[in-house]
Unconditional design. Structure first.
Lengths: 152, 746
């Protein structure tokens, strides 16, 4: 066990955990932020996606001792009032079915739009390919990303 | 307007002692807190709630909370079932809040997610629930205004007495209405007066989902809760021999390690009880990562078991089933299936004289189709919360079959049903996997042993290797053509490990004078369970691609062949038990032909068509493939659907899109194989699911408009698209595909 100072959603936290603990479990079990989801544990499904200094990463393989003072953004911190353009677009297109993968999809899309504000369809598909949606909402996700991109 | 009697559904209107005050669900405070914020149009939460019946309560300000009775797996019954109540209650949808109901057999019928049947089975009950509340509100207003109740009308949550100009919002009379007795008769609206049903409403949990609010079983927390994980045998055909927990127990954060046994010796398992892995080792600790890490230090020995018999509770009477010993491999399964297919099967249906027709045929087409075991892999891994004390058990989590699992829990824990409280969280997918609630029993036993609240979590590997798979299937289809290329006989012989996919009374049975359907099965100790459209999820592909080959041999358009057969089935059906309505089946084929420009759009070179009827709804697909750098890409899929009245159109389209993506993915990539009883795949690096890049670029959905009572969409749009895919791939590549996953053979 060791102490780590973390910056999550613009707040400072102190946790006492094993250094090998993935950020996924630090967030869910120790910081009570359960929006970031567990799907596979081996960075194959994308459900655990968070932003690290604005870049999308898989928190299931991002160990707490590798984060340092980088800014972590989770789905809960994407916007103050749940009104980020991606969140609004997700509602406009009524994207979710079960909803479990959607935090990861939105965070990955946020990383994409930060790096590439007006992606083509192919760029969206490629950037999002690491995020599985078992319910098959891929066509809606793509439409929502384009709506969010066009609104900015 | 229709008048219906409420007697048959009287128990729906018992005021439940569970639903008192504002706390609808015991100890579920975090969810109640999440529910009161972040709706897309924020509501002023009432100071007081008045419970009108078990389905709904009304606040003094007119805000209505409607309980959604059925488990939510992403099929969005949590929106559509309350819509039906709200329609007959006659309120404005923007004043409606929705909460998930707990298991409560006194109030709700059939709280099950399965069979695509939620809306179909509850359509009348939900309408009556809304209508009876509306009647009670009218009665209360009539009393208050001292006028005849027949002179009172309602509109969108307001009561009117036109003659005197009096009006009152529902909230103003809710308190009085809550005191009245349940009416014996209620009026149901005419379809033409629907204001909510048939309009698209957003997912009631949408805002919570996109902001990461706690919703799923895996998110549930309680003060003092411990985390548990189990270890199950690594292979089917094995059981627990012994274990050494010394090192595991010494790991940080670990509280205990012990064995659990899922069933008592005298218990007869129900359909939802899995019997392959019943003795497990549990690791319990403070946090997920600590337990996951500690589990690596557990030393477990397994041993094989011999052939044996098992007494199970069948439907009606107890049954004895045979469980073979041995460590099975896919190569064994395949050779056993090939051998079995060459022998006569069990005749399930025989019309006319098929043997004679085949003997006399000018041409016989025979094709063999196969598909592997599949794992459900819903995105949320298995999990459940349990808090078991001496006289009570509280369980919270994702379960599709709570009413059935309650019985298993009662038997295992030695508690009466009334002392078992089951609350359903939103589920991160089901697909049938969460019908089998072994994880509830495991969580309960661990909590009981620890004398503490426990959340049990499965890793993805735990889940994929646990079992309850879609079986492996094998089918041989034969068609006889006479000298004029007429189809004179049809023969299907279906088998599988450990079950076959045959539905003997489905199309084209009933459309042909000479028809033979046979079945066989190979015993196995690998556990299987219902997966989205059981049976149909294979036989639709085989049948619909076979019909395509038959049409080609006959020189006929594939849609025309089906329509001709359906015309025969409608006008002069063969046999009596034909499990489809030929006119409705033809209707979806005609609609998809029309909307896709089938036969008229010359730019579409690589098109496949298929249609299927299952779980009460009819679906036809046309699928277009384009070759991009010589690789087939699914460009567009058209779906034409007859599911009766469509309650929530955009949600119905979403379900259809999802089914289409799922179908393409399973047919192209899904495969679970075995080596010496052990699954060869255990996570998404080895078990392949369809991803963004492989999904169709475009999906277009059309519904047949009619006034038939609604039927479901969770399953029906999933099987036929796989047939359309196979048929389109043939056009694109010149190669017929017979063995799934298609990505391996194309």
């Amino acid at each position: 066990m060791a102490e780590f100072n973390l910056k999550v959603n613009k707040k400072e936290y102190k946790v006492d955990v094993d250094p090998s603990t993935p950020m996924l479990w630090v967030l869910r079990d120790h910081l009570n932020l359960v929006g970031t989801k567990f799907g596979c544990g081996i960075a194959q499904c994308g459900a655990c996606t968070i932003l690290l200094d604005g870049f999308a990463v898989r928190s299931c393989i991002t160990f707490v001792d590798s984060v340092g003072d980088k800014e972590i953004t989770t789905i809960e911190g994407l916007s103050e009032n749940g009104d980020h353009p991606l969140q609004q677009a997700w509602i406009e297109h009524d994207v979710p079915q079960c909803g479990y993968c959607q935090s990861g999809q939105i965070m990955n899309a946020a990383g994409l739009l930060k790096a590439n504000p007006h992606p083509t369809d192919e760029e969206i598909e490629s950037a999002m390919n690491g995020n599985i949606c078992r319910c098959g909402t891929y066509t809606r996700i793509k439409k929502a990303i384009k709506t969010a991109a066009n609104s900015q | 307007m229709t008048i219906v009697k409420t007697q048959l559904n009287r128990r729906s209107f018992i005021k439940s002692s569970l639903l008192t005050g504002g706390g609808l669900v015991i100890g579920f405070n975090w969810l109640a807190a999440a529910c009161s914020t972040n709706t897309s149009k924020p509501q002023a939460i009432p100071d007081e709630w008045f419970e009108i019946n078990g389905y709904l309560k009304i606040g003094e300000n007119g805000v209505v909370t409607i309980m959604s009775p059925n488990p939510e797996i992403g099929q969005n019954v949590k929106t559509s079932m309350p819509m039906i109540v709200a329609e007959e209650l006659d309120v404005d949808w923007k004043n409606v809040l929705v909460e998930q109901a707990p298991l409560d057999t006194a109030i709700f019928n059939r709280q099950l997610a399965g069979g695509s049947d939620s809306i179909k089975q509850s359509w009348n009950g939900l309408r009556i629930a809304g209508a009876s509340a509306r009647k009670m509100l009218k009665d209360a207003a009539a009393k208050k205004w001292n006028v005849p109740v027949d002179e009172i009308t309602t509109e969108l949550g307001v009561l009117y007495h036109k003659n005197s100009g009096k009006k009152a919002g529902y909230g103003e009379v809710a308190s009085a209405a809550a005191q009245l007795t349940v009416p014996k008769e209620v009026e149901l609206k005419d379809l033409k007066d629907f204001k909510i049903i048939g309009t698209s409403k957003k997912n009631v949990d949408g805002q919570k989902i996109v902001t990461g609010q706690p919703l799923f079983g895996l998110d549930y927390k309680k003060e003092g809760m411990l985390i548990a994980m189990i270890v199950h045998p690594p292979a089917f055909g094995m059981k627990l021999k012994s274990f050494d927990a010394t090192d595991a127990k010494a790991r940080p954060g670990v509280k205990d390690v012990f064995q659990i046994k899922i069933f008592n010796d005298d218990y007869k398992p129900q359909w939802c009880d899995t019997t392959s892995f019943t003795e497990l080792v549990a690791v319990v600790g403070n946090s997920t990562w600590e337990v996951m890490s500690a589990r690596e230090y557990l030393k477990v020995e397994w041993e094989t078991f011999a052939d044996h018999k098992l007494a199970v509770a069948g439907w009606g009477a107890d049954q004895i089933i045979s469980v073979p010993g041995g460590l099975e491999s896919t190569a064994d399964h395949n050779s056993k299936m090939t051998d079995a297919a060459a022998k006569p099967g069990k005749i399930e249906r025989r019309d006319g004289n098929p043997e004679d027709a085949f003997k006399k045929a000018a041409k016989v087409i025979e094709r063999t189709y196969t598909a592997p075991f599949l794992a459900h892999t819903p995105m949320e891994p298995m999990n459940f919360f349990a808090e078991v004390t001496a006289d009570k058990a509280v369980l919270v989590g994702p379960i599709q079959s709570p009413e059935f699992m309650e019985k298993t829990l009662a038997a295992r824990l030695g508690l009466p049903l009334e002392k078992i409280d089951i609350q359903m969280t939103r589920m991160g997918g089901g697909f049938g996997r969460r019908l089998y609630g072994h994880f509830m029993v495991e969580a309960a036993l661990i909590s009981q042993k620890m004398n503490a609240p426990v959340k049990l979590i499965y890793s993805r590997e735990d889940e994929i290797t646990f079992g309850i798979y879609r079986p492996a299937y094998h089918a041989v289809y034969r068609a006889a053509l006479d000298a004029n290329n007429n189809l004179t006989a049809f023969h299907v012989k279906m088998g599988g490990v450990p079950e076959n996919a045959l539905h003997a009374n489905r199309f084209p049975a009933g459309a042909l004078d000479n028809y033979l359907a046979e079945s066989w099965a190979i015993e196995s100790n690998i556990s299987v369970g219902a997966m989205r459209a059981p049976g149909s999820n294979f036989n639709a592909v085989a049948e619909q691609s076979f019909l395509d080959e038959v049409a080609e041999a006959m020189g006929k358009d594939p849609i025309q062949l089906r329509l001709d057969l359906l015309k025969r089935a409608k006008e002069k059906p063969v046999g009596e038990r034909n499990d489809y309505d030929a006119a409705r089946y033809a209707g979806v084929l005609e609609l998809v032909r029309d909307k896709s420009g089938w036969g008229t759009d010359a730019t579409k070179k690589n098109r496949g068509v298929a249609a299927y009827f299952c779980h009460s709804s009819y679906v036809a697909n046309v699928l277009d493939i384009e070759l991009v750098n010589d690789e087939p890409v699914v460009q567009k899929v058209y779906a034409a659907i007859d599911c009766g009245i469509v309650v929530n159109p955009d949600a119905a389209i979403n379900m259809t899109e999802g089914s289409i993506v799922d179908g393409i993915g399973q047919a192209m990539y899904g495969e679970l194989t075995f080596s010496k009883g052990q699954p060869d795949q255990n996570n998404f690096d080895s078990y392949r699911l369809i991803r963004h890049m492989e999904a169709p670029k475009e999906i277009e959905v059309h519904f047949v408009e009619n006034e038939i009572d609604p039927t479901g969409l969770g399953e029906p749009p999933y099987p036929p698209v796989m047939g359309a895919l196979a048929n389109a791939l043939y056009k694109a590549t010149g190669k017929r595909l017979y063995n799934q996953p298609f990505s391996k053979s194309s």
